[in-house]
Design a protein around this ligand. Structure first.
Ligand SMILES: Nc1nc2c(ncn2[C@@H]2O[C@H](COP(=O)(O)OP(=O)(O)O)[C@@H](O)[C@H]2O)c(=O)[nH]1
Ligand SMILES: Nc1ncnc2c1ncn2[C@@H]1O[C@H](COP(=O)(O)OP(=O)(O)O)[C@@H](O)[C@H]1O
Length: 388
């Protein structure tokens, strides 16, 4: 930090939208101007270990900044290009990578304790179904409704397995119902940016890791999150595009009856959950927080209503899947055509047209919604017969 930027580097910094290979480092380093800052992304190889580092040059203070870097990072292979998109993220396209690992995004995040923070996200071809966030007071029947959905449609829905510091209940399995952990490890993972959201609930820490959601979504399933109202609020504020359902009891007396009948908590815990339930029922009324409120009175009827509201959302937001089915293609080189389109040179002289007009989500999870179209082989493309 505080080091003067070499003049050669300032000169090589790219303007918006242009490719930024650095000739001195064989294309491994790019520098992209974004606001008052220049983001330098550098791939390096040290003792067989590859890494991609990010440094920032602040044009105002003329000093270097080493930011905190969150999210799953790309593995450096054989150089990359960088381009600033929509003035909000830098797209990095790796050369000599498989297509499903070739497109990455770097985004500025909120500063933490005055320090710069950036986050990576991997670009994914095609859209994914929106995750469903289910919240509601303890004992209302969230788990019961979610289990029914997963049992009836095991290939459609997948559960986001949260982390918690609470002790497992009888019959709860580590890695299935929760990842049971301790407070010190969980707090470290939170500091390392691994959580999409976390909250202290009934005096224990609960949190959804970024991977918990993305692993389900990557497998093609629709992810279901069972989280409290504070968690729902955090997910609303995050880059994850989800639908939010609040489950209500028919009455407070019925909620208490269900909690006691479940017989999983001691009296003191039941009292705590009932106190928190009142606050949650109040908080759930916040405008714009929940898309749907479902009263879980008669179970079968409520379950049918849950399926109906999910189906209506699917009709309102149809899925766009990728045009290309086989993503196991090696990208050997890339040309940036516009801020939304890239030309990917692949093995066997094939070319693909990559369209990033309709991005969804973003760091620190995945950036989805990319599309690729096969186009004419190299000879024809050079002759101008493509739509580029
Ligand atoms: N914010 C947040 N809340 C969670 C998460 N996982 C579970 N919860 C919530 O924590 C609360 C307590 O969950 P649990 O201990 O399983 O008890 P139960 O709700 O009585 O079954 C519930 O409101 C859950 O929705 C999470 O990852 N994040
Ligand atoms: N609609 C319903 N009518 C009666 N009992 C219910 C209903 N839904 C769930 N239950 C019961 O209420 C208790 C709490 O449900 P659970 O799914 O564990 O709640 P949560 O996950 O919201 O804490 C369980 O014993 C469950 O069998």
């Amino acid at each position: 930090m505080g080091e003067e930027v070499p003049e050669s580097m300032l000169n090589s910094s790219v303007e918006k939208l242009s490719v930024a290979y650095d000739s001195e480092s064989a294309g491994y380093r790019t520098s992209t101007n974004f606001g008052d800052k220049m983001y330098v992304v550098e791939g390096s190889e040290y003792r067989g270990k590859s890494s991609v580092n990010v440094t920032i040059f602040d044009h105002l203070t003329r000093s270097w900044i080493i930011p905190t870097v969150l999210g799953l990072k790309p593995v450096h292979v054989g150089g990359h290009s960088a381009v600033l998109l929509n003035n909000d993220r830098i797209s990095i396209v790796k050369k000599d990578s498989m297509l499903d690992d070739s497109i990455w995004f770097l985004e500025e995040q909120k500063k933490v304790l005055g320090s710069e923070v950036v986050a990576w996200s991997k670009g994914v071809i095609g859209n994914a179904p929106k995750p469903i966030v289910i919240s509601g007071p303890s004992g209302v029947g969230k788990g019961t409704l979610i289990s029914k959905l997963m049992k009836e449609f095991p290939t459609t829905y997948g559960f986001s397995v949260s982390h918690t510091t609470r002790a497992p209940r009888e019959r709860e399995l580590d890695g299935v119902h929760y990842h049971f952990t301790d407070r010190i490890s969980m707090e470290k993972d939170i500091r390392d940016g691994k959580f999409l959201e976390f909250a202290s609930v009934h005096e224990n820490l609960y949190g959804t890791s970024i991977e918990a959601v993305e692993v389900v979504t990557d497998s093609g399933k629709r992810c279901i999150l069972d989280i409290d109202v504070q968690g729902a609020r955090s997910v609303r504020a995050s880059s994850l595009d989800a639908i939010f359902v609040f489950i209500c009891p028919p009455s407070f007396e019925e909620l208490e009856k269900r909690l006691r009948a479940r017989a999983t908590e001691a009296e003191e815990q039941i009292q705590k959950r009932l106190r928190n339930a009142r606050a949650e029922l109040d908080e759930a009324k916040s405008p714009g927080l929940f898309d749907h409120v479902l009263v879980n009175d008669e179970l079968e009827l409520s379950y049918d209503n849950l399926k109906k509201l999910i189906a209506s959302d699917e009709i309102a937001n149809p899925l766009h899947r990728s045009t290309m089915k086989n993503l196991k293609v090696l990208v050997s080189d890339v040309e940036v055509k516009t801020d939304k389109t890239f030309l990917l040179h692949c093995d066997d002289n094939d070319q693909l047209f990559l369209d990033i007009s309709y991005l969804k989500g973003g760091a620190p999870g995945r950036t989805r919604g990319l599309d690729v179209y096969p186009i004419e082989p190299l000879g024809d493309a050079v002759n101008g017969s493509t739509q580029l």
